[in-house]
Design a protein around this ligand. Sequence first.
Ligand code: PLP
Length: 448
Amino acid sequence: MDPMSTMIPHPEAAGSAALAERAARVIPGGVNSPVRAYGSVGGTPRFLVSGRGATVTDVDGNEYVDLVASWGPALLGHAHPAVVEAVQEAAARGLGFGASVPQEAELAEEIIARVPLIERLRLVSTGTEATMTAIRIARGATNRPLIIKFAGHYHGHSDGLLAEAGSGLATLAMPGSAGVTAETAGQTLVLPYNDLAALEAAFAEHGERIAAVISEAAAANMGVLPPMPGFTEAMIELAHRHGALVILDEVLTGFRAGPSGYWGIEQERVSAGVAPDLLTFGKVVGGGLPLAALGGRAELMELLAPLGPVYQAGTLSGNPLAVAAGLTTLRHADATAYERLGHAADTIIDAIGSAFTEAGVVHRVQRAGTLFSVLFGDYPEAPRGYVEMQRQNVAAHRAFFHSMLESGVNLPPSAFEAWFVTAAHDDAALARITDALPRAARAAAAAA
Ligand code: PLP
């Protein structure tokens, strides 16, 4: 195929550029979430006007095969007809009442059916709220102040969880955030991931003051970095031995890495009886609308008001449109959908291997179920933590990103984010991606 024939028609993106300028006059940085600003890749952030299946279209009329999938939620592809219909039906009945609606319990049941260790589940609106509330429960249950998190893990933007966080902070190389008091930051111990000795040392020193360890089920906000074999099990056992809880954050991995999230993959490998205490979800569970959740054993979850002393609430919690989108998404996320997601990941990973090897780009593909990301750099051994993940050649990624964009493939605009496939990535969409890879790999080689 003539490589030029696959290029987008309006690479200059004049419409997006004008909108970016306009937005920057009224919105800080022109964006409502930092990574969207293309800070680490440069160039004009694309303003998107529609999405259908595996593709999105920008304001200039360029169509891209999408590997962002709304940063995860669009598991079935954009504007899945059943999801759109469910939301339209819900909207026609009313946008929200601030009262319980019948489908909330159905969504909770659907999630519990996939992760049976959850006995009670509460719906919130964002992943940030889910992890923030899980931590409040852990502190309420243990009456202890300290939290352990791992470097490079991202759990949303609540004050106590921003230290050495991944996602946008990794992209912008920010060690944490201004505006967090020293007292709050001091209640979070940040440890290297996959380092059991560091965890043991922290528990030996502070054991009686640690309320919980929070960990992404598989890290995916510094690039994809699954736990080393045995790490999650050892982490849970160690925490429990010291009377601390374990919060497994599945906001990104939940019902995406696999049908029961990454814990569904991990639990096959751990000894009977070893399990996290609380799990958090977001993204896929809201099917593209603002909805997230946290769940766990009844005795812990029932510490929440109105039953218990731990307060949490939300005007929009359990919003009927969001519940309809999440419920319909999960109900359509069947074995066939996960097969398609797995096939899409396999196909792209194979093509990356061939294109990068051919062009001489040193790289490593990291994978956790259907989630994967590409490390631009020389990694003869599997990386274990944030320090190694940060060693990436960002210039090579930048050149690669822009070549893919010009060829009509929308990648996450950061070397530190996962690639998100959808069940709508059919053969045509996959071919568009695999056809674009050789040119992009050559661009990466030239930049590296
Ligand atoms: N936890 C994880 C693992 C995430 O990936 C994210 C967002 O990317 C969050 C929490 C925060 O979710 P939200 O952006 O909905 O607040």
